[in-house]
Write a protein that binds this ligand. Structure first.
Ligand code: FA5
Length: 344
């Protein structure tokens, strides 16, 4: 006999205990009991032994064969059982309600932006968009803010690290006003557009100032457009967005691209006009700059300033969201705290 039965027995049983699936079980059967299996080879080898020895060894080998066959059947049973158990444990109750999916919502700035745009669209304005990375020419020069003019100090600028002829002509737009020029260059009056978009300023933050904000620019150019149209349009806008109880006030302001220029202020929601930290103790919160388009600008884009007049405005959407929801600090809007944002 070429292999001791005891060795086959112990090895076979050890391996069988480690078998984990039907495939491994079949491989084990082939290895020990198959046509060329280890035990089968032992049984075949018995033929060459003397009669007495063959009888004893044959009986022992057959006993082992039976033992392995019944061990195989038992293991097979065991495996089938554990698969059934795993399936039972894994069973899904399809009648249970699914786990709730956390639903997102629109950011309060986006909600207000959409309401503002809806308001102007209902008045007949068209919505257009423009680039956030802008040329100096559109952001400043074409708006009558030449290099070295003190008015540039009104917009602390983030310049793009790109040089041409020793100059840096590109920047992150500081306001949406460059789109006034781009629209007028490409269209003829009558014009009625609003331009939403992000603007960037190299500015220290405080309760009403962020370094990134969303503005909506408005531009109207037509025959016979007057300051009365500007005031009427913006007063109507303010009533629709803030309700009739909020007080509004126009005040003179300076912007090189309009004449005359003004700002629109809303009474502070927090102190009701008494003066507090949020309104810098003035009782008012400025939401937009506006004015009649400067005739030189109309001429520079090829319009006849004797025939056409226009007005423009630019508002900060975060300031409007703050007034509507009573948000005390603009920085809360972009601090990404879901406990705060989830309230709106
Ligand atoms: C402008 O940006 C002009 N382009 C507005 C304009 C357009 C005037 C057309 C005339 C004609 P100003 O810098 O004041 O102006 O900004 C306009 C509005 O943007 C402000 O009233 C305010 O609501 C908002 N805003 C300005 N700076 C910030 C800031 N740092 N953080 C948040 N909102 C701001």
């Amino acid at each position: 006999m070429n292999e001791p039965l005891s060795e086959i027995e112990s090895q076979a049983l050890r391996e069988l205990a480690a078998v984990a699936d039907d495939e491994a079980l079949e491989a084990w059967r082939v290895a020990y009991l198959g046509r060329r299996g280890r035990l089968t080879l032992v049984l075949r080898g018995l033929a060459g032994l003397p009669l007495e020895e063959r009888r004893n060894a044959g009986a022992a080998a057959n006993r082992l064969k039976q033992q392995l066959e019944s061990a195989l059947a038992a293991r097979k049973d065991q495996l089938a059982h554990s698969v059934a158990e795993a399936l039972a444990a894994d069973r899904i109750d399809v009648t249970l309600p699914g786990p709730p999916l956390p639903a997102g919502r629109l950011h309060p700035t986006t909600q207000t932006l959409r309401d503002v745009l809806d308001c102007f669209v209902s008045m007949g304005f068209q919505v257009v968009e423009g680039p956030e990375v802008e040329w100096d020419r559109y952001n400043f020069e074409a708006l009558r803010i030449p290099r070295d003019h003190p008015a540039r100090d009104m917009w602390d600028t983030l310049w793009i690290d790109y040089e041409r002829d020793g100059e840096r002509p590109m920047l992150l737009r500081t306001h949406t006003s460059p789109m006034q020029i781009r629209v007028m260059e490409q269209t003829e009056p009558p014009i009625r557009v609003v331009v939403p978009g992000r603007c960037y300023r190299y500015e220290a933050t405080d309760p009403t100032h962020e370094w990134m904000m969303v503005q909506v620019e408005g531009l109207v150019v037509d025959e016979g457009v007057s300051l009365g149209d500007l005031k009427g349009t913006l007063t109507d806008f303010a009533r629709r967005i803030f309700g009739p109880e909020r007080r509004t006030a126009f005040r003179c302001d300076y912007f090189p691209f309009v004449e005359p220029g003004m700002e629109l202020r809303i009474d502070c929601f927090l102190c009701g006009g008494e003066g507090c930290r949020t309104c810098s103790r003035t009782g008012w919160i400025e939401i937009l700059g506006a004015g009649m388009v400067h005739p030189e600008i109309l001429e520079s884009v090829g319009y006849d300033s004797e025939k056409y007049t226009g007005f423009a405005f630019g508002m900060g959407i975060e300031r409007i969201a703050m007034l509507r929801h009573g948000i005390e600090d603009i920085r809360l809007l972009y601090a990404n705290d879901l406990r705060f944002l989830g309230q709106f």
